[in-house]
Design a protein. Structure first.
Length: 823
RNA sequence: GCCUGGGUGGCGAAAUUGGUAGACGCAAGGGACUUAAAAUCCCUCGGUAGCAAUACCAUGCCGGUUCGAUUCCGGCCCCAGGCACCA
């Protein structure tokens, strides 16, 4: 073996070995149990960044470890290739998005190979290829046939200068990123998938996902936001209209002091008909973005329409206001405002001097002042006539019953979750397979005519989709009646592609169907790994797609991802490492300097996967030094000749130091196995191996037994580190005289005979403060232990003038003497 | 604004089920080797006092439960992720 660690050479050899042996090509049939390990696929932005390295390093470590546990592992990779950045690059560099994307994919693939990830490249997918997106076009037409697709108007960010729809990201401080024009909200017709039809199942099945982080499940539960309430119809004084509102707090209905409707509400339009002031106010409300964060932090503005709603329960007249904090896309776009018991209503009422009427009082009898502070907790009803004294549930039922008798209310389950708008007014996406016919309306493209191929040679101008200007794309005939017709020019939301790619990896070469039986062998994904930023949207859409595919007979399971690991963000100087912030560190520079193993080791060592990771250039040195130390230790060990371990090697008589090292070795193996398998705390697994190597290096003595123990320890360290640093361990495994390739080795087993101990160290506390450490026999009797503890000099010092109240013993760990001052 | 996390030495972190706070590593300081440097190896390293043994303080802030709290509970502050057209 080489005297010095040369990462380039070592990594080249290992990578060639894997390639020659097709090591990572997954087999669709095997006697071993299957294990599907998937890291979220990347957007091909051109270069790997540290977030990628972290994501794929975690996945790679898990995949390699599972392989060692004897599983038939699938570890695929592909490209989430449609998206906005390709159009931006096209604008900037005058290169077609497809060309830019293909180049980036080639680039990043080379980088992946350099990092030594155990991907099965034979299943590589790029979502921008017709062979892929044709199947989601097909799936969309199937959903259409099942009534799960519909078209309705919905609001987008509109740049009035560029005459184009903007993504939220393209709106900077309320202005278009290129034109600088104030952005407007504009309604246009768009296609929707009925994800709300699955809302209850998406919610309920979260309980069937014990392998998901509680945090993610909580976020999804709140996002779905199921509530039970009442749909109430308010008549309007001197008008034929009805105002529908939904409330989850019918117990507060007698506290309604105004109604608030969105600017887009039909009643707002009606009220403004002969009222220029209202018209102007509505126009003002339509400025700004569609982002909820903006709407929620905006200064609350409102204007009285002059219309009055009538409370069906007591006939009171309630003013109807247009308010900019009411979302037109949520519920009916109107609310009954109870300022005493709703935060936003309270703020609005304070601003416009609207009455605040308390109708709930805390059930513990404490008193509140709703003029000073809002009270949103449920409690007991007051100031509400016949409902006084009722708690939430009885008030809910009483109000519901009364409203039902008046035909003015029905119980309703409501969701915060909205249907999924999938239309994008962009070029670089999968065309939505719809044809508009003057006679037949919107007609889905028949399966035999799929895919609707996206034309590739286009010029991006930044003002609307180039597809609109391509008659050869737009002009077609109606599949129903054969008359001239127009194609839809909008493309799919790119979340569509990422909602089912995990299943396609099972059968990427299938040209006759979306999925085949192999998808049922491999799915669900056993371990899914990705950024916490995907906790809601991507993961919810994928769950929805999986259930929809199940209902179409394409898969059999209910959920796509059995276990989920959400990795934290890679930060530098306290903020997310990203191109836009300009604080990126190029992984390639580090690979060049230290090699892939050091980069992998560092990123796994710096923090546990779920935590955010603060990048440090300096600390990478430490990882490199450790690998050099490992190399040198092995080098030194084998320089005196290779040591062979006989099967009964562990039955020999070891001295104290040797016993201690073997104890350390096998307790470390136990700990590291647990870190890999259950905890996913690879940082502590690495730390434990560093400690172990330190211990190996401090074992003095060069007798035969010492050499054998060193051999055993180094073998095990190599195996334990092999999923994290696969290249150097490939080389060192051979150097230690092993004939096999380390990639084919099983995970090692703990030798329990090495864990036998005669004595154990125990802490002695007095009133919870550590006063001594004592070494006692493992089987020491309780009273003897108590005596030994009290005999300790320092303990005795602290017992002077005290009387012992009791002694608490935690076996093999500590003993706490509880004392008090003597009378 | 709303939802979800997080806050421990100069820095990244560890403490797994309420049981020794700071493992492991980085940085820093000192030393060995060297003509010198790099590399490597050894020692010190939360704060205060002390030669030391040791004592007191210390896990964002305030309070509580407990023999014992980084860990559990209540309130507050700050930071991060998400908020439906970034992916």
């Amino acid at each position: 073996m080489d005297q010095n660690y040369n990462p380039k050479e070592v990594e080249q050899i290992a990578q060639s070995y894997w390639q020659e042996h097709n090591t990572f090509q997954a087999q669709d049939d095997s006697k071993k149990p299957k294990y599907y390990c998937l890291s979220m696929f990347p957007y091909p932005s051109g270069n790997l960044h540290m977030g990628h390295v972290r994501n794929y390093a975690i996945g790679d470590v898990i995949a390699r470890h599972q392989r060692m546990l004897g599983k038939n592992v699938l570890h695929p990779i592909g490209w989430d290739a449609f998206g906005l950045p390709a159009e931006n690059a096209a604008l900037k560099h005058n290169v077609p998005p497809a060309e830019w994307t293909d180049k980036n994919i080639a680039n990043m693939k080379a980088q992946f190979l350099q990092l030594g990830f155990s991907f099965d490249w034979s299943r590589e997918i790029a979502t921008c290829k017709p062979e892929y997106y044709r199947w989601e076009q097909w799936f969309f037409t199937q959903l259409f046939a099942k009534g799960l697709v519909y078209r309705k108007n919905s609001i987008v960010n509109w740049d009035p200068v560029d005459q184009t729809v903007l993504a939220n990201e393209q709106v900077i401080n309320g202005r278009g990123w290129r034109s600088g024009a104030l952005v407007e909200r504009k309604e246009i017709p768009q296609w929707f998938l009925k994800i709300t039809a699955y809302a209850d199942e998406l919610l309920a099945d979260l309980d069937a996902l014990p392998g998901w982080p509680e945090q993610v499940k909580t976020m999804q539960r709140n996002w779905i936001g199921r509530s039970v309430g009442i749909n109430i119809s308010f008549k309007i004084a001197n008008e034929p209209h009805i105002l529908q509102v939904y409330t989850s707090r019918p117990d507060t209905i007698m506290g309604v002091t105004f109604m608030a409707i969105a600017a887009e509400h039909p009643l707002a339009t009606h009220a403004a008909k002969n009222n220029p002031k209202l018209q102007q106010f509505i126009a003002e409300c339509q400025q700004g973005t569609t982002a909820e964060a903006d709407l929620a932090t905006m200064e609350k503005l409102g204007m009285d329409t002059g219309l009055k709603a009538i409370n069906p329960l007591d006939g009171t007249q309630i003013p109807i206001w247009i308010a900019n904090y009411v979302l037109s896309e949520y519920g009916s776009g109107a609310i009954m405002a109870v300022p005493a018991h709703d935060e936003r209503d309270w703020e609005f009422a304070k601003k416009y001097n609207l009455p605040i009427k308390q109708v709930i009082t805390p059930s513990d009898g404490s008193s509140i002042d709703v003029e000073q502070a809002v009270y949103t907790e449920p409690g007991l009803v007051i100031n509400s006539g016949k409902y006084n004294g009722a708690d939430f549930n009885s008030a809910f039922n009483a109000v519901l019953q009364d409203l039902q008798l008046l035909h003015a209310g029905t119980e309703q389950v409501n969701y915060r979750l909205r249907d999924w708008g999938v239309s994008r007014q962009r070029y670089w996406g999968a065309p939505i397979p719809i044809i508009y016919c003057d006679s037949c309306g919107a007609v889905p493209v028949p399966a035999k005519d799929l895919p609707v191929v996206l034309p590739l040679n286009v010029t991006i101008t930044g003002a609307g989709s180039p597809l609109k200007k391509m008659p050869e794309f737009c002009n077609t005939t109606c599949p129903n009646c054969g008359k001239a017709a127009q194609r839809e020019t909008d493309t799919f939301d790119t979340f569509i592609e990422s909602s089912w790619y995990y299943a396609r990896y099972a059968c990427p070469d299938q040209n006759e169907a979306m999925l085949d039986q192999r998808a049922n062998y491999w799915t669900p994904v056993d371990q899914y790994i990705g950024g916490i930023e995907h906790a809601i949207l991507h993961l919810l859409y994928s769950r929805f797609f999986h259930k929809a595919m199940r209902d179409m007979g394409l898969v059999k399971s209910n959920e796509p991802f059995t276990n989920l690991l959400t990795q934290g963000t890679v930060l530098k100087d306290g903020s997310k490492m990203s191109k836009s912030v300009g604080n990126t560190v190029d992984p390639l520079d580090l690979i060049e300097k230290y090699g892939a193993d050091t980069v992998r080791l560092f990123i796994m060592f710096a923090a546990p996967p779920e935590q955010s990771l603060e990048w440090s250039d300096a600390a990478v040195d430490g990882a490199y030094r450790f690998l050099k130390r490992l190399w040198n230790t092995v080098q030194q060990h084998v320089s005196t000749g290779i040591v062979e371990l006989k099967p009964d090697y562990n039955k020999q008589e070891f001295n104290t130091a040797q016993k201690a090292l073997r104890y350390k070795l096998h307790s470390t193996l136990g700990k590291v196995s647990d870190d890999y398998e259950r905890r996913f705390t690879f940082n502590t697994a690495i730390a434990a191996n560093m400690e172990l190597l330190n211990a190996v290096n401090s074992l003095n003595g060069d007798g035969v037994l010492d050499q054998q123990i060193r051999q055993e320890a180094l073998n095990l360290i190599i195996l334990m580190l092999s999923p994290i640093t696969p290249h150097i361990t490939h080389a060192l495994w051979h150097a230690l005289g092993n004939k096999t390739a380390v990639i084919d080795e099983p995970w090692p087993k703990v030798d329990h005979s090495a864990l036998q101990q005669d004595t154990v160290n125990m802490v002695v506390q007095i009133n919870g403060k550590v006063r001594a450490n004592i070494e006692v026999g493992v089987d020491v009797a309780k009273h003897e232990l108590e005596q030994l503890a009290q005999q300790n000099e320092n303990v005795q010092k602290h017992l002077v003038g005290k009387s012992i109240k009791k002694i608490i013993i935690v076996p093999r760990k500590l003993l706490n003497i509880v004392v008090e001052e003597q009378e």
